[in-house]
Design a protein around this ligand. Structure first.
Ligand SMILES: [Fe+2]
Ligand SMILES: [Fe+2]
Length: 599
């Protein structure tokens, strides 16, 4: 491999286009107009970071020169190049900022054989958070030491020239010291010996390197301490320091600087990635808040379903056996599931609010208008009876009038009693419970009755729409309203499909769309069968039903106790609506217990 690598960098004389690097997609060689080749290094198919590769090319040129004089030096430089290359790839593959920073410091120490080291990050204050203004702080982020153990707490310090890290960050200058205690008086910075005194350490050689990005901005500072002859030596005494420590060599400075540049770009990328993730988390949370503002009575549902579903996925992930024994969810898949669960009901924003929050069969305004009408009918009956009484008193003999008045009182009592019975029945029918068939007949009977409004127009006691709503056999929604509610799944899908998800999250729209599907094919919107429903959606369905049953935050629906909610889910398993194996894990891992703990 080394031979091929040497050939690639021009030390072997083979055509670079057929070299190992280009064969592995790491190098693009184009013939330059002036003759020879122009190289572009690629990382994951993209042109790699300029600063690092400029350093790479510089070292490469030195290797070529050294090769003509000392073949041994060339081999060493080639090894260093390979090491740098390997580290570069490892750094570019790490997206987690904490892990990345630890790796940067570790690798910088390894490559320069430093006993200890610290990593500082440059921070901007809020006013200059875009990086355009003056940096104000230096964050002491990380420290490593092979020889002594000590407590460390991250902290910030003002960015000034008086510290080596501060000076390096402000001027982008490398500071190489053979002895930290002998800094020339002309330099504005001093060595802070407090750490040495505190933990009994002996700092001697020091190398402070700026972490510059492609634009030459200093993002952080790497400080390497005590360059050792033997990497395994422990510097537990001054004598050991004298024996093992020497100044950082020119080669170590060069390698350290190259690594610091790679590190800066990798850090910038991972920070950008984290910012995008944070931005997206913020967007998802805002979307969830928007759903729950539409229907405050279901507040917390999205978050609870998310927490339950992720907990169920973690439990499934741990399962060693059974139909899902081989199922494992990566960090990205977990995140995909989390987003899908948080946004599963987002489509509710497209459902009319009165339908979304409809608690009874009639809308509140419809119900009060109906009762106002019955109040009017009652008054009308009383007025008509009173009028007939007056007529009787004016036209009949006293004896006949008395009989007539008694008859009219009886009639009034009967009719008012009848009206009051109708009102009771309507109020009962308005509840979202199942109404006996006999009472449906009475509703039809009431609807056939009429009265005269103040303008003398004959009107029915109940309109056809009121009868239709009050005759809903179960629940509070008629078929059209139910369709509107069910359409939230399609709305969720259409909304989520428009988001340009990254490759890892492209399954989100499909997962969210399937959360009301049933294994027996009787779900909606597509009547998918067991094989067609993604496992993520199957898990979410169980958690969605459980939360809908057990949530105590809906005014029109009392919370079902935990045991009862589980019994209902068992019926869903019996009817082949939900997955029996996933439900078993849901029970055995006590996932349901989480419901009461999340808000
Ligand atoms: Fe839903
Ligand atoms: Fe839901």
């Amino acid at each position: 491999m080394i031979t091929r690598f040497l050939a690639t960098i021009g030390l072997g004389g083979n055509d670079p286009e057929h070299s190992w690097l280009s064969q592995n997609g790491l190098l693009e060689a184009r013939r330059a107009s002036a003759g020879g080749f122009r190289y572009t290094f690629l990382l994951r198919g993209e042109p790699a970071f300029a600063t690092f590769w400029n350093d790479f090319l510089t070292v490469m040129a030195k290797a070529k020169k050294a090769n003509s004089r000392k073949p041994g030096a060339a081999a060493r430089l080639t090894r260093e190049l390979e090491e740098l290359h390997r580290i570069g790839i490892a750094l570019s593959e790490t997206r987690d900022v904490d892990r990345l920073l630890t790796m940067i410091l570790q690798k910088a120490r390894e490559i320069t054989c430093a006993d200890a080291g610290s990593l500082y990050l440059v921070e901007h204050d809020a006013a200059s958070s875009n990086g355009s203004g003056e940096a104000r702080r230096l964050r002491f982020r990380l420290t490593q030491n092979d020889s002594v153990q000590f407590p460390f707490s991250e902290h910030t310090m003002p960015l000034t020239e008086s510290s080596m890290a501060g000076y390096c960050a402000m001027h982008g200058e490398v500071i190489e010291l053979a002895d930290a205690y002998r800094i020339p008086k002309s330099r504005p910075f001093q060595f802070n010996s407090a750490f040495d005194k505190q933990v009994g350490y002996h700092t001697r050689s020091m190398l402070t390197l700026p972490m510059k990005n492609g634009k030459g901005e200093v993002l952080g500072v790497l400080q390497l301490i005590n360059c050792k002859r033997n990497a395994n030596a422990r510097l537990t005494s001054e004598a050991a320091v004298k024996r093992h420590v020497h100044a950082f060599s020119e080669g170590a400075v060069r390698l350290g600087l190259s690594l610091a540049s790679q590190a800066a770009v990798a850090y910038e990328n991972s920070r950008l990635y984290r910012d995008i993730e944070n931005l997206f988390d913020g967007f998802v949370n805002a979307a969830v808040a928007a759903i729950e503002q539409r229907d405050p009575t279901t507040s917390g549902h999205s978050q609870r379903v998310c927490d339950l579903t992720v907990a169920l996925a973690e439990a499934v992930d741990r399962e060693p056996r059974g139909p899902y024994g081989d199922v494992r969810f990566s960090r990205e898949q977990m995140k995909e599931l989390r987003y899908a669960a948080l946004l599963h009901d987002f489509g509710k924003v497209g459902v009319r609010e009165e339908v979304l929050v409809k608690a009874k069969k009639l809308y509140p305004l419809q119900f009060s208008r109906l009762f106002d009408r019955f109040d009017y009918i009652r008054r009308d009956v009383e007025a008509r009876i009173a009028q007939q009484k007056v007529d009787a008193l004016l036209t009949m003999s006293k004896k006949d009038a008395e009989a007539r008045l008694r008859a009219l009182d009886d009639e009034a009592q009967r009719r008012l009693g009848e009206l009051s019975g109708y009102c009771d029945l309507i109020a009962k029918a308005n509840e979202p419970t199942i109404l006996p068939a006999s009472e449906f007949d009475i509703l039809t009977e009431i609807a056939l009755k009429t009265y005269h409004d103040p303008r003398g127009t004959e009107r029915p006691y109940l309109t056809s729409e009121e009868v239709r709503f009050l005759s809903i056999p179960r629940g509070s929604l008629d078929p059209d309203e139910r369709r509107q509610i069910e359409n939230h799944v399609v709305n969720s899908f259409n909304f989520l499909k428009q988001i340009p998800w990254t490759r890892e999250f492209r399954g989100i729209p499909e997962i969210a769309r399937a959360h009301h599907e049933k294994l027996n094919g009787k779900g909606y919107p597509n009547g998918l069968t067991a094989e067609e429903i993604p496992i993520q959606a199957k898990m979410m369905t169980i958690c969605d039903i459980y939360d809908a049953l057990s949530a105590s935050d809906r005014p029109y629906k009392r919370a079902v106790p935990m045991d009862r909610a589980i019994d209902i889910l068992k019926l869903c398993v019996r009817d082949e609506e939900i997955d029996s194996e996933l439900f078993r894990v849901f029970l055995e891992a006590h996932v349901y217990r989480l419901a009461g703990k999340t808000s």
